[in-house]
Design a protein around this ligand. Structure first.
Ligand SMILES: C[S@@+](CC[C@H](N)C(=O)[O-])C[C@H]1O[C@@H](n2cnc3c(N)ncnc32)[C@H](O)[C@@H]1O
Length: 254
């Protein structure tokens, strides 16, 4: 990488100027103790979702030995085999318990930065110039942590244009009859899921849009995983894998 560290970090900047960073903490709306409890209590119900994520991650084989892992929490939905694949893992999460849980549950000894990724990722990209990047189910909850969530999600693919990266994130959520939620099957599409698709599926009338339609560059194929998160609450989680060349022509995208 050419240039001094400060100007490289500037080049990678992700936050909207003047926005306050999220503070690390044990109890947060996007994660922390509440999520650990929910993930542990819901581990049987989450099995279908976990398997979808594991199969999908198994298809992601970027030609790198290092990974920047953003928002893994305790790795409740991540497979040990995937985490064991990398020679070096740099974890960024607001949850101070994340490193301990990743070690206990997966035996993962990662370098960790307990910080807001919007501030930390630019530094991490400079420090780890060839690492791939995985966003582990947090981009659909960014509005809980940051006022500039739309700006950050739109900017990410530009920031990562020369990286191998992947993300799975909430796309839509709703209250759904348990029988319909159980019957839901994973889907793949070349285009983002739209309200028309949701209408055709006829699972619920009102859906929450998690604002992630433009996280992935246009043309990248998408998988959609059904996730019965808690009670009647149901999520469609979008997953996509991006290669450096996918990010090169973003001129028609925000
Ligand atoms: C729903 S959890 C992810 C679940 C996780 N992939 C698993 O397998 O258990 C979301 C995680 O993202 C983290 N997070 C949310 N916003 C963040 C931010 N701006 N920077 C860093 N971490 C963040 C939270 O602390 C939380 O651990």
């Amino acid at each position: 990488m050419v240039g001094d560290a400060d100007s490289d970090i500037k080049h990678y900047e992700l936050a909207l100027a003047g926005t306050r960073p999220a503070r690390p903490g044990y109890v947060r709306q996007s994660g922390g103790l509440r999520w650990h409890f929910r993930a542990f209590a819901g581990r049987n119900r989450h099995a279908v979702f976990r398997n979808c994520v594991a199969d999908w991650l198994n298809t992601w084989r970027p030609p790198t030995t290092g990974l920047i892992l953003v928002g893994p929490s305790g790795g409740w939905c991540l497979p040990t085999e995937f985490l064991a694949r990398w020679a070096h893992v740099l974890v960024i999460d607001l949850d101070p318990l994340s490193p301990l849980l990743l070690r206990l549950r997966h035996g993962l000894r990662a370098e960790t930065r307990c910080a807001d990724f919007v501030e930390e990722l630019p530094r991490a990209l400079v420090d780890c110039p060839t690492h791939a990047v995985l966003f582990a189910n947090l981009l659909g909850q960014l509005s809980l942590e940051r006022d500039d969530h739309e700006h950050v999600r739109a900017r990410l693919k530009h920031l990562l244009a020369r990286r191998h990266w992947a993300s799975f994130h909430d796309r839509y959520s709703a209250d759904v009859e348990p029988a319909l939620a159980i019957a839901a099957r994973p889907m793949s599409d070349a285009a983002p899921m739209t309200p028309t698709v949701l209408q055709r599926l006829a699972m619920a009338r009102e859906w929450v849009d998690h604002g992630t339609e433009r996280v992935l560059p246009p043309g990248v194929s998408r998988d959609y995983f059904p996730w019965r998160i808690v009670g009647r609450r149901f999520h469609w989680v979008e997953a996509g894998i991006v290669k450096p060349e996918d990010g090169l022509d973003l001129s028609h995208d925000a």
